[in-house]
Design a protein. Structure first.
Length: 150
């Protein structure tokens, strides 16, 4: 199986990151990435994080995580063809929601952009929040250790 991400110890408390390159369609007329275009980069890292922990197939059942909140703190612009490394960690697991922290660095000069995302587990049939199962919580805690608040 090909993973676009990898385990890392380069930027603690992050233990996982994924690489991506800025595409032309991610930029404006000046060749700069608009802050809203960082969200797909965070999505890529989050999916690869789940793939790495073998949590993707389990999400195909009766419940699914949906985005509740996302904050992007735009610190520096990336440009077309920049190589970015997106660090991701699950920093908090609540009863029905999870909060991820993302830190995106431009590889050439290690410049930082940051985002937090909160997802809620939804029962698709009933369309309401569902409790996060213990097996999911245990898998995350085994990887993140004490760096994940529960």
């Amino acid at each position: 199986m090909i993973e676009l991400g990898h385990e890392t110890g380069r930027k603690p408390p992050f233990k996982y990151s994924a690489f991506t390159r800025v595409g032309f369609s991610d930029t404006d007329a000046q060749g700069i990435v608009y802050y809203g275009r960082y969200l797909p980069y965070f999505d890529l890292a989050r999916v690869e994080y789940h793939r790495h922990l073998k949590l993707l197939p389990e999400h195909a059942g009766e419940e699914q995580f949906v985005m509740r909140a996302s904050t992007v703190e735009y610190l520096a612009p990336a440009r077309f063809d920049d190589l970015l490394e997106i660090f991701i960690r699950l920093k908090r697991i609540g009863r029905t929601s999870t909060t991820y922290e993302c830190a995106t660095y431009r590889v050439d000069d290690d410049v930082l952009m940051v985002a937090d995302q909160t997802l809620v587990l939804i029962d698709l049939e009933e369309r309401k929040a569902a409790a996060i199962p213990d097996w999911y919580r245990d898998t995350i805690k085994a990887f993140e250790g004490d760096d994940c608040e529960t």
